[in-house]
Design a protein around this ligand. Structure first.
Ligand SMILES: Cc1cc2nc3c(=O)[nH]c(=O)nc-3n(C[C@H](O)[C@H](O)[C@H](O)COP(=O)(O)O)c2cc1C
Length: 316
């Protein structure tokens, strides 16, 4: 059921521009936290949200890390899933038709171990570009050609990856930042220079946790990435800094969004849209609930659009 404005018949307009295109809502799923979308379709209409950002895909199939791959923390969770996936071509055959059938806006996250891996993944996705909204480049993986340092910690490497992807894709490009470097602003600027039009801030924070009451890692593979409520203020600060440094690019906020109020914090600090990750593990309806609660907040304020609502909050 569409939520109507008080005293009017028009539904609340949540539309926003992100990846350089208009989407129906600023609420998106975060890569890796709801597979390829099918899990969420049991709980809400996939076409009602801004976009489904699918789990990062490489051009090759990959098995991922040793179990246990996720652990609960009082502030959210820690994971070392290790980017398992069927590879781009198998994904196109096995999983994309479902998303098309459900009229979802699809953003594909890509990863690789070398610069050319990224370009190959983008090239293979070009064959189905009409069915996709954007590519999100995940640079939080080690560069196997250069001492295993994360691509996303080096502005030059990041720019080269974005340029290589840009050369073979017709899709808008978003760069997902690693927050585990003090050079994230430089990295974001390099990505824009390379051809990205959107910055996604941010991926998980490197961490380590012991199993409950024990002395060993909670994960099968030593440390992992921390996500959830505890990282919200840290990612929010990155979004705020990015907005000041890059006034014209689209920014997607991600990190610890559990409620419509959390989403509004990011939107107020300059995010054009937000992605919801860990919250979906606690409740697979989270994305839809956050979106419905946002509509309710807008209705109660007496305006009809997200843009007017944010304007009103900024003026208050
Ligand atoms: C289990 C799990 C798997 C993830 N896999 C990916 C992934 O494949 N690609 C990616 O870019 N980010 C991945 N992320 C990071 C999320 O997309 C998101 O950036 C991060 O979890 C912070 O948001 P949150 O606090 O809402 O979860 C993963 C996170 C979790 C918890």
């Amino acid at each position: 059921m569409k939520l109507l404005r008080r005293g009017s018949r028009s539904p609340i307009d949540l539309s926003t521009k992100v990846f350089g295109v208009e989407v129906v809502s600023p609420i998106l799923s975060a890569s890796g936290t709801s597979g390829y979308g099918a899990e969420l379709a049991a709980f809400f209409d996939l076409s009602s949200i801004g976009a489904i950002v699918v789990k990062s895909l490489a051009h090759f199939a990959h098995g991922g890390n040793k179990a246990p791959r996720v652990g609960a923390l009082s502030t959210g969770m820690i994971n070392s899933v290790g980017l398992p996936g069927p590879g781009v071509r198998a994904w196109i055959q096995r999983y994309l038709p479902f998303l098309i059938e459900h009229r979802a806006k699809v953003v594909v996250s890509i990863w690789g171990r070398t610069q050319s891996d990224y370009a190959q993944a983008a090239q293979e996705l070009e064959e189905v570009s009409e069915a996709l909204t954007a590519l999100e480049i995940n640079v939080s993986c080690p560069n196997t050609e250069r001492a295993g340092e994360m691509f996303g910690h080096d502005p030059r490497e990041t720019k080269q990856i974005v340029e290589a992807v840009s050369a073979v894709t017709s899709l808008p490009i978003a760069l997902k930042l690693s927050p585990n470097t003090d050079r994230y602003l430089e990295v974001a600027c390099a990505a824009i220079e390379g051809g990205a039009n959107t910055i996604v801030a941010a991926n998980t924070y490197l961490g380590y946790a012991h199993e409950k009451g024990g002395t060993r890692s909670i994960l099968g593979s030593d440390g992992g990435g921390v996500s959830g409520a505890g990282i919200r203020p840290v990612s929010l600060r990155i979004v705020r800094e990015l907005r000041h440094a890059l006034p014209d690019c689209d920014i997607v906020g991600v990190g610890g969004i559990y409620s419509a109020k959390d989403a509004v914090s990011y939107l107020l600090e300059g995010a054009s849209a937000v992605e919801v990750g860990t919250a979906s593990f606690f409740d697979p309806r989270s994305i839809s609930k956050i979106q419905e609660d946002l509509k309710t907040m807008i209705t109660r304020s007496g305006v009809g659009t997200l843009a007017e609502y944010l304007e009103r909050l900024r003026a208050s």
